[in-house]
Ligand binder design. Structure first.
Ligand SMILES: CC(C)(COP(=O)(O)OP(=O)(O)OC[C@H]1O[C@@H](n2cnc3c(N)ncnc32)[C@H](O)[C@@H]1OP(=O)(O)O)[C@@H](O)C(=O)NCCC(=O)NCCS
Length: 208
């Protein structure tokens, strides 16, 4: 059955496959961890998040988009704007977002959550290094954007990325808005935008 994600601001966990050990609807008690589960993250997930993030970014650019403290802050302030993909209970990919109230992302967006705003700032999408190039980043991003569509009051998602990832986000439906005002050290970024509203057909078919 399709998951219902709109009845509360939080995403109810749902599974991609029947959890191992649950063979019939009458045997609901789960004895093993689900094969695949998507859910909002909590502060308890911060260490797993940061381990994936550190491996993904520190070795490449020396900088993480979010420090462990910032991960903890965002997962406390706006867990409903995060999404984790767990396999057998292990985090394999995640997205962390927060609210943002201005037209374009500015430096302060990196550390700020603006509640009840129409824009989600996607701070980070990261896939565990053992699971990359298998479609997981694209699938998680797609699920996240479908989920955001169902949250009331949200109109768009913004993110910044390095030039080499622009094709990845274009493929996911983002538009390139040009060079971002944000710079980290010598790194410059493109700002990418995804419209969550105005796609009536997509919304009608998204289960909202
Ligand atoms: C970027 C990332 C999220 C993509 O997730 P993924 O599961 O590996 O990607 P998918 O398998 O869904 O899609 C693969 C596509 O991603 C793009 N891509 C992924 N990594 C890339 C890289 N290092 N350089 C260029 N393109 C890349 C390509 O378009 C690729 O398509 P191709 O296979 O046709 O070349 C993942 O590689 C990752 O976590 N990287 C480290 C952290 C990061 O850079 N995050 C994004 C910025 S917040």
């Amino acid at each position: 059955m399709a998951p219902k994600v709109c009845s509360s601001p939080f995403l109810k966990p749902f599974f991609l496959k029947t959890p191992i050990g649950v063979s019939s609807p009458r045997r609901q008690r789960r004895h093993t961890l689900p094969a695949s589960e998507f859910r909002n993250l909590t502060p308890q997930d911060a260490i797993s998040v940061f381990e994936i993030e550190r491996e993904a970014f520190v070795s490449v650019s020396g900088e993480c988009p979010l420090t462990l403290d910032e991960v903890l802050v965002f997962l406390s302030q706006c867990p409903e704007l995060s999404l984790g993909w767990f396999e057998e209970g292990q985090l394999v990919a995640f997205i962390i977002g927060s609210g943002w109230g201005k037209e374009k992302l500015a430096q302060e967006a990196m550390t700020t959550h603006v509640p009840d705003s129409p824009t989600v700032h996607i701070h980070v999408l990261s896939v565990h290094r053992h699971c990359r190039q298998q479609g997981k980043g694209s699938v998680l991003l797609w699920r996240y954007l479908q989920y955001l569509r169902c949250l009331p009051g949200l109109h768009r998602a913004l993110l910044i990325c390095e030039e080499f990832l622009v094709p990845f986000y274009l493929k996911a439906g983002f538009k390139d808005k040009g060079t971002s005002a944000i710079a980290v050290g010598t790194l410059s970024f493109r700002e990418m935008e995804y419209q969550l509203r105005g796609l009536a057909y997509a919304r009608r078919n998204s289960g909202c």
